[in-house]
Design a protein around this ligand. Structure first.
Ligand code: GRF
Length: 208
């Protein structure tokens, strides 16, 4: 039980493809007791993802579904769905998962899957969001945690945090500044979910 409420501990699992710093931020918040949850698994499409080392250090079970070993996206997604079901998670967190999920998985985890994106959506969806922001010349950038729907970075927004874009920024310096905020936004969004404080009404998410 969470110390301040009667809610039961949620089971959370992760999909990540790479470095895993956002994954780390969430498992640190769980370890600190800020998020009332148990981390039940990391699923990755990339056998070389550094997130795997982080999971091992934290005692989080890892399943690798190596994209390169499948002959079709459909076969890969079938194996991925099987691995995701095996985590028996209340919430799936996409923490730097670099592929677009197909409709079967999105539907199965509807309302209980979140993604972190390094832009203030709906601006700059898709790849290289920080580069898009620099090239567009915006003065404010940031990150968004949103529920996952079938579109590309289009689901209902849970948390956003912003940073200034400075005159000499390039993609890397801006990405570094945004990443600091990602590491606050994602644990907060997961915490709110686990505390049952998200009320989703169409596109609008009210924090209770
Ligand atoms: C982050 O910028 C995240 O917003 C994006 O991919 C990056 C993953 O970084 N989706 P990390 O693997 O969490 O360090």
């Amino acid at each position: 039980m969470h110390p301040e409420t009667s809610i039961t501990r949620k089971r959370i699992a992760f999909l990540a493809s790479g470095r895993g710093s956002n994954f780390q931020a969430v498992i640190d918040a769980v370890a600190a007791g800020t998020i009332p949850a148990t981390c039940t698994g990391l699923v990755t499409d990339n056998p070389r993802a550094y997130a795997i080392e982080r999971a091992k250090s934290a005692g989080v079970p890892v399943t690798v579904v190596d994209y390169a070993r499948f002959s079709s996206k459909a076969a890969y997604e079938e194996a991925l769905l099987h691995a995701m079901r095996g985590c028996r998670a209340d919430l799936f967190v996409l923490a730097g998962y670099m592929r677009i999920l197909g409709p079967v998985i999105v539907h199965e985890f509807s309302g209980r899957m979140m993604n972190i994106h390094p832009a203030l959506l709906p601006a700059f969806a898709g790849l290289h969001a920080q580069r898009q922001a620099v090239e567009y010349g915006v003065k404010v950038a940031g990150c968004t945690v949103h529920l996952v729907d079938e579109g590309l970075d289009t689901g209902p927004i849970v948390v956003q945090r912003c940073v200034p874009v400075l005159p000499d920024d390039d993609e890397t310096t801006l990405a570094d500044r945004i990443l600091i905020e990602e590491h606050k936004a994602l644990p907060l969004a997961v915490q709110l979910f686990c505390e049952e404080r998200l009320d989703v009404d169409g596109r609008r998410v009210r924090v209770l």
